[in-house]
Design a protein around this ligand. Sequence first.
Ligand code: PLP
Length: 492
Amino acid sequence: MCSLGMVQLFTVIDSWEFDHILAVTLLEASPMTILSTNTPSEELRRVDAAHHMHPFTNNSELGDKGARVVTRASGCWLTDSDGNRILDAMAGLWCVNIGYGREELAEAAKRQMLELPYYNTFFQTSHVPAIALAARLAELAPGDLNSVFFAGSGSEANDTNLRMVRTYWQAKGQPDRNVIIGRWNGYHGSTVGAMSLGGMKGMHEQGGVLDGIEHIDQPNWWSEGGDMSPDEFGLERARQLEEKILEIGADRVAAFIAEPVQGAGGVIIAPDTYWPEIQRIVDKYGILLIADEVICGFGRTGNWFASQALGLRPHIMTIAKGLSSGYQPIGGSIVCDEVAEVIGGVEFNHGYTYSGHPVACAVALENLRIMEDEKIVERVRDDTGPYLKERFESLGDHPLVGEVKIIGMMGSLALTPNKAIRAPFTSDVGTVGFICRERCFANNLIMRHVGDRMIISPPLVISRDEIDTLVERARLSLDETLVALQAQGLMA
Ligand SMILES: *Cc1c(COP(=O)(O)O)cnc(C)c1O
């Protein structure tokens, strides 16, 4: 309000009248009333920069440059306000698993909104979409993961997990068993609890972390493996869990939380020796295992859940993202019988207004129906996944590409000036990755960078032709990056 020049004119008017006149004036002058997908890009960017704070962004830098405004999408393709068609090799933020523009999901949302747009699941009430989705998830989830606590997002679900595992041990008469171990460079969300469980140092530095959470190192062989073979390194990193448990005291550790494949950390796929050793340690000390399947779940790895692919037996799985293919915000915790029973024996003083939101549940159910009817998980496992792997791995011959890692439909390329010795660049970490991402952007391919790793996670419905396009554009962008690096003297 204070930025409006008219403010001085009204200072003499009493406050009710002032507000009233100002409101009317704002309504008439408000750009918001006229913005649409037909508004010129420059105007959209100007208003965006003036009023919209973007997550994980230096907003003043972005304001100077102007955001890319996405206006519509279909299948694997985005359209921006300048009319470009962009291949989305990130499925939004790892979530649009069945692709954009599915009318069935819009219809499911509409039907549910007309029938029952909202009701809560507190106070001994329930509703059909939450009941049906919980039952469906119990069918899909492995082992005795049979009970679901709903949340509005992955972060919220991990906050639930944090409180649930501590409450579990309290209820079992072991209140001192309250330390949770996570991993450096793991990502579990951005609320205070989820961020503390994660190991993103840049996040920890802003706002402070919760007590009682410890971290071990990630199984990133390319960057941290030194002279060890991947298998030796996998064992060494897994055994850090045992060392940490012993350091804290075995009777004080409540749970270990990890992503089966680190997503936001750069699509880090652990060496084969890692997970069996983690499972052995978890079993030996009787701590709870939380598998954060927010990215890995719902077909991303060519299985319904990555825990199945990696032979993990989690007590709790965190889910979100692909659960609704991002069409509605929804997350949750799928919990094993033993935990559900213990938590069921106390009043768990926890829940969200939108826990089990009926519209989100209805959309998630329709999403799961489509995934099953169209055999999307099987397609990733047997057809397009192997094809993507073969094509993506062909980028390994590029002079900038060291390691290529891929499982199902999540993959990464480690960029390096010298692959023989797995050398890092001499520039600040992320400088080269950012240059490459900008080249991808210019070539109408959304591929993200994490440090100097390039990552993909396309919609699971991506076709072979689209995979070819993805890999061609990636190679072109790598070529252009190499030229840019040589011009800037960054290849040394
Ligand atoms: C995205 C993500 C989260 C957080 O989910 P939000 O819906 O953004 O809160 C948690 N865990 C993992 C592994 C994620 O990738």
